[in-house]
Design a protein around this ligand. Structure first.
Ligand code: SAH
Length: 263
């Protein structure tokens, strides 16, 4: 017990491979008095660095109120409390819903970023999310499931920009995704990458399909949760015959660290 409540740290655990937590996240785990893991999603291995005697609990059967009560109680006992979240804690992780009641209880809350599954999935597929003169924008989104999409954020509207789209929480909604992409003007044979359990040791699967075949691929490969769907005009660029290259490495381009050649 100590007089001042401890700090609750929302730490991004990364997408699955325990090595993908940040050094800062790991050192917080190493000095944590209590850790609450999002058990259904975060590999238990992420708690392998917890000190002896650290209270480790799994929130998978808890409601939001129960999670908050657990964290408040832990902060009353320990200086460092860690809430381990999958991927990055700022994306689809109820960060604000948990932080508000903790702050109202006088507890300091802080967050540490993590590798989000969109980035892990792009790396698994060896694809770039941006390419010069192809797209310079990435939209992180989802399609409506039980959580409705706010006005203006339907996939058909977002996809009309023809940028890279990373779809979270949408692996059971292949038919909707296809319908909305086609409505936005994507070609039926445009490439799509699905990454199931990106970076999970022995479980990662990278599937290549098309807009038209996406629902069948998800069904045949039995993909339901834990999958990232990437739709992008950059996909497959490693095999294109020609590519516009980045200005940064162009011999004629000057910048702070290199003087370009003059013709
Ligand atoms: N905060 C997390 C996202 C949580 S929402 C992040 O930044 O990644 C859960 C969704 O994330 C899943 O439905 C899936 O779309 C995606 N996801 C999480 N881990 C994944 C992984 N290892 N591989 C592919 N997708 C994953």
């Amino acid at each position: 017990m100590h007089n001042v409540p401890g700090t609750v740290w929302f730490v991004g655990a990364g997408p699955g491979d325990p090595d993908l937590i940040t050094v800062k996240g790991r050192s917080l785990i190493e000095r944590a008095g209590a850790i609450l893991v999002a058990g259904s999603l975060v590999d238990d291995a992420a708690t392998r660095w917890a000190p002896d005697g650290c209270a480790v609990a799994d929130s998978k059967g808890m409601t939001l109120d129960e999670i908050v009560a657990w964290l408040i109680d832990a902060a009353g006992r320990h200086e460092t409390v860690v809430r381990l979240q999958t991927g990055d804690p700022t994306l689809y992780g109820a960060l604000v819903e948990m932080a508000r009641p903790l702050e109202a209880a006088g507890i300091v809350v802080k967050a540490v970023p993590g590798v989000s599954s969109a980035m892990a999935s792009a790396c698994a597929a060896m694809e770039a999310l941006t390419l010069p003169e192809v797209t310079q924008t990435v939209i992180l989104t989802r399609v409506a499931g039980r959580t409705p999409m706010p006005p203006g954020e339907s996939l058909a509207e977002l996809a009309a920009h023809k940028t890279t789209l990373c779809l979270y929480l949408s692996a059971t909604l292949g038919a909707t995704i296809r319908e909305e992409l086609l409505a936005a003007g994507w070609e039926a044979d445009a490439p799509v990458v699905v990454v199931h359990k990106a970076t999970w040791p022995d479980e990662e699967r990278v599937l290549r399909t098309t807009v038209a075949c996406l629902p069948a691929t998800l069904k045949n490969e039995k993909i339901s949760g834990q999958a990232m769907i990437i739709v992008s005009p950059t996909l497959g660029a490693r095999h294109w015959p020609t590519l516009a290259t980045s200005k940064l490495y162009d011999p004629g381009f000057s910048h702070r660290f290199r003087k370009g050649e003059t013709a």
